[in-house]
Design a protein around this ligand. Structure first.
Ligand code: PRE
Length: 656
């Protein structure tokens, strides 16, 4: 084998090549801006997916000829195009709002330099090529106030995170502000353990962090029980405390970029529970902005609907009639009015468009309160994909075969096209799909017989019609005990629902339950779904927190195809962008399920919302036309007298 050239020499060549690559990328960027100028004149949409497909297919082919992997070329160019699209958007948005064209923006954000909010703001300014003057704030209220009083041009507020879900305090702040949302931006949140240079992991005793990163890195932290956690008001404060400490036993959770500002080194990285950990920020300003029609726009509004059944559904049907897609629906309590709630909606549309204007007029007529919080360019750039033949991983003949297949015309059994009338399921006192709203309590085994009897009596008195029993494997004598459990519940006129969490529990549970609940954990177990689908007993299929709505409906179809048509759907939280530790309540999905399917839909918000937010969320669930709610007694503060009393109040309000 010939001797390789000296390492230094090769590295120098790579360095020079990388410099050339950067120069070429910068040149491509300026050409992309030139395209934006043409599109401004011709009023053409920024995104041209056909052009992107052609370009990507050609590049993959050219790359392959030079030995480059197709997926590598594809993902590289997807991010180049994302950058190109976002730059064009920023340019055209600036042109449509001339008063935003200034050399510097003063930005109010949470924490100090180096916090994630600071990094998001920096990114926003860089994209617009303006200098950033930063104004670190201690709270979301301070940020809003700084902008309202004119101390800052823009405020940055984190609105959701892929691991920890929606940030409720920000939604609450938005209820009272006169500011408008004028932009959004999403950043990758790469949590690292930051310490003074030269520190080793074994030296760390104390970790400083903001509560959000602590919850987003819970899995990593649970592997280090030796760490003492100290909460800070921002990641910047955490880093500052490490810098100022006298010894090396302390570390902070923060980003590499943030750490650089405080001269801290990342001694561990990729701490977040989720591989993809992103935070979305909204940008607020005193004056609303206009979004040119070529840009993909989002409109955010808040509304309070009338206090009558079906009022929210009526509002959402207006959006449907105007063909407007709702990408987010959140519900928050109205402070001081515990049984009322405010809805936040993100709609994929331009406020100035005819559809949105018509929808707003109709919504005004049926709501008690409605306010547009802002219209801004959507920064979600969905990557254009190639099919397998374009990726050159499928022989041409096979590719032709695939495309030549006739379109699927089979009607899916869960859909309203297949069966327009609602499926009714009735078991003892529990009736679903009949237009009545059901309340179902949930309890974890083991439990003493006497305690169960007492509880069943109270739960019935609270107004519940059924009780779900979880944790069957914890009972010492399963079949014997299950028979007793059912008997006790039925004695108090409660329908007995047993949760199947393991495949082995299916047979015994199906013999003793009035209804079976298949835990979301089993949703991808095809064989089990098929077995359950052939049982003559009503089933509740819980949605897996990681499942897309397509996955969920496919699992539904598997059960129905086996003959069992007594199927109930159950939303119990999903990961906003794939999150296992803190699922959020997906109210938009409840709307879609009710619109598309004839099957009854239950919602279980127990582990997803705080006990304080529960009353408003429960009412929201009812207004979305869900068929019932599941309330876990364990999650809602146990089974003591006080918790049961507040639960009784809640159930009563739901029946009103
Ligand atoms: O060719 C265009 O129309 C562009 O805007 C440029 C570009 C690119 O960066 O290549 C960006 C966005 C379009 O969707 C297609 C291609």
């Amino acid at each position: 084998m010939p001797n390789p050239q000296p390492l230094n020499q090769t590295r120098e060549q790579i360095t020079a090549l990388d410099k050339d690559l950067l120069a070429l990328l910068a040149k491509r960027r300026s050409l992309s801006l030139e395209v934006a100028r043409s599109k401004e004149v011709d009023v053409r949409p920024i995104r041209d997916t056909q052009r992107e497909k052609d370009l990507l297919a050609r590049l993959v082919q050219q790359g392959k000829a030079q030995g480059l992997d197709a997926h590598f070329v594809l993902s590289l160019y997807q991010s180049i195009i994302e950058d190109s699209v976002l730059n064009q958007q920023a340019y055209l948005h600036g042109r449509a709002n001339p008063d935003t064209q200034k050399p510097a923006y003063c930005i109010a954000y949470l924490g100090a330099r180096g916090s994630y909010s600071y990094l998001a703001a920096t990114r926003y300014c860089q994209r617009r090529q303006v200098e950033m003057q930063d104004l670190g704030c201690k709270s979301f209220d301070d940020i809003v106030q700084a902008v309202e009083l004119g101390h800052a041009d823009y405020g940055f507020l984190p609105i959701e995170n892929t691991s920890s879900g929606s940030i409720n305090e920000v939604y609450d702040v938005l209820q009272h502000t006169s500011l408008s949302i004028v932009g959004e931006t999403t950043i990758e949140v790469g949590h690292c353990l930051l310490a003074k240079a030269g520190t080793s992991l074994s030296e760390i005793k104390t970790v400083y962090a903001h509560p959000q990163p602590i919850s987003q890195c819970s899995r990593y932290l649970s592997q280090h029980p030796e760490f003492k956690l100290e909460y800070c008001s921002s990641s910047a404060e955490a880093m500052e405390r490490v810098t100022q400490a006298d010894d090396k036993s302390v570390a902070a959770i923060g980003s590499v970029e943030g750490g650089n500002l405080y001269r801290l080194e990342a001694i561990e990285d990729k701490l977040a529970n989720q591989k993809v950990n992103q935070s979305r920020f909204i940008v607020v300003a005193r004056k609303a902005a206009e979004v040119p029609e070529q840009l993909p726009a989002k409109t955010t509004l808040i509304m309070a609907t009338g206090q009558k059944p079906g009022a929210l559904v009526e509002a959402l049907l207006i959006l449907k009639a105007q063909d407007l897609n709702m990408s987010k629906l959140e519900s928050r309590p109205i402070p001081g009015t515990p049984w009322e709630e405010m809805f936040y909606l993100d709609i994929d549309a331009n406020l100035a468009g005819d559809a949105m204007q018509a929808a707003l007029k109709q919504l005004e007529r049926i709501t008690r309160f409605i306010k547009v919080l802002g219209c801004y360019p959507s920064e979600t750039v969905k990557p254009t994909q190639l099919n397998n033949s374009q990726l050159l991983i499928e022989p041409q003949s096979q590719a032709e075969q695939t495309t030549a297949e006739p379109p699927q015309t089979t009607l899916l059994r869960y859909s309203k096209h297949y069966k327009p009338e609602a499926t009714e399921i009735s078991r003892g006192p529990l009736q679903l799909g009949t237009g009545q709203f059901a309340a179902i309590a949930q309890l974890k085994l083991p439990i003493e017989a006497a305690e169960l009897e007492q509880l069943a009596k109270t739960v019935k008195a609270c107004g519940f019609q059924a009780m779900i029993i979880d944790g069957l494997s914890r009972q010492s004598e399963p079949s014997q005990s299950l028979a007793h459990i059912r008997h006790r519940l039925n004695q108090f006129d409660l329908c007995c629902i047993l949760t199947v969490e393991h495949e082995s529990e299916l047979t015994a549970a199906s013999q003793e339950a009035d209804i079976l609940l298949l835990s979301g954990k089993l949703m991808f177990n095809q064989a089990l779904l098929m077995r359950a689908g052939s049982l003559p007993i009503p089933l509740i299929l819980e949605r897996n927190a990681l499942a897309s709505s397509e996955d969920y409906l496919a699992a539904t179809e598997t059960i129905l195809s086996q003959g069992n048509q007594q199927l109930i759907l159950c939303e119990a939280g999903i990961n906003t962008f794939n999150n296992a530790s803190h699922p959020s309540l997906d109210l938009a999905s409840v709307v879609n399920l009710k619109a598309d399917s004839h099957l009854p839909v239950l919602v279980n918000p127990s582990h997803l919302v705080s006990p304080q937010a529960l009353p408003a969320q429960a009412l929201a669930i009812k207004r979305l036309d869900a068929d019932g709610i599941i309330l876990s007694l364990d999650a809602l503060g146990g089974i003591d007298k006080d918790s049961l009393a507040s639960l009784a109040g809640l159930v009563e309000a739901l029946y009103r």
